[in-house]
Write a protein that binds this ligand. Structure first.
Ligand code: ZN
Ligand code: ZN
Ligand code: ZN
Length: 143
């Protein structure tokens, strides 16, 4: 895992959050194995860090693949999402059986070196592609 997903609440004597210095709701930060005082983090800061990391990974992914739809050129970021070029999204599953989506997917893409098997598509093209057995109607109609 790239980022620290779970915050196990533990009570360490004389420990405090390395970010905000609170002594409450502490959990080991990703660097807890060093077992030094400064490597503990409170739940609030952990959540904030995770959110920041997620935003950073998302930005990295869009920086790499481009901030527009690979099919129709839509640039409204709110319409865009990551698409599996080969429609193999269902093979990317957690052990839990859930598809890897959103934050986890961004992290996975970055850590695996931006594979060519991903692209940015807008919701229309994404949806159209899946409804049209893997080819966006734009493409099928020779856009
Ligand atoms: Zn804190
Ligand atoms: Zn599109
Ligand atoms: Zn399209």
């Amino acid at each position: 895992m790239i980022w620290y997903t779970f915050c196990y609440i533990v009570y360490y004597k004389d420990m405090y959050c390395s970010t905000c210095k609170t002594t409450e709701n502490l959990c080991p930060s990703p660097y807890a194995r060093y077992k030094t005082k400064s490597y503990y983090i409170c739940r609030g800061c952990n959540t904030r860090n995770q959110r920041a990391k997620r935003a950073r990974y998302k930005a990295l992914v869009y920086d790499h693949y481009g901030r527009k739809c690979n099919c129709c050129g839509e640039t409204e970021i709110l319409f865009l999402s990551v698409d599996h070029v080969n429609n193999d999204g269902n093979t990317h599953k957690h052990r839990s059986g859930q598809r890897v989506l959103g934050a986890a997917l961004y992290g996975q893409i970055v850590s695996s070196g931006y594979p060519d098997s991903y692209q940015i598509l807008c919701m229309n093209c994404n949806y159209g592609k899946h409804k049209n057995s893997g080819v966006c109607p734009h493409e099928a109609n020779g856009l």
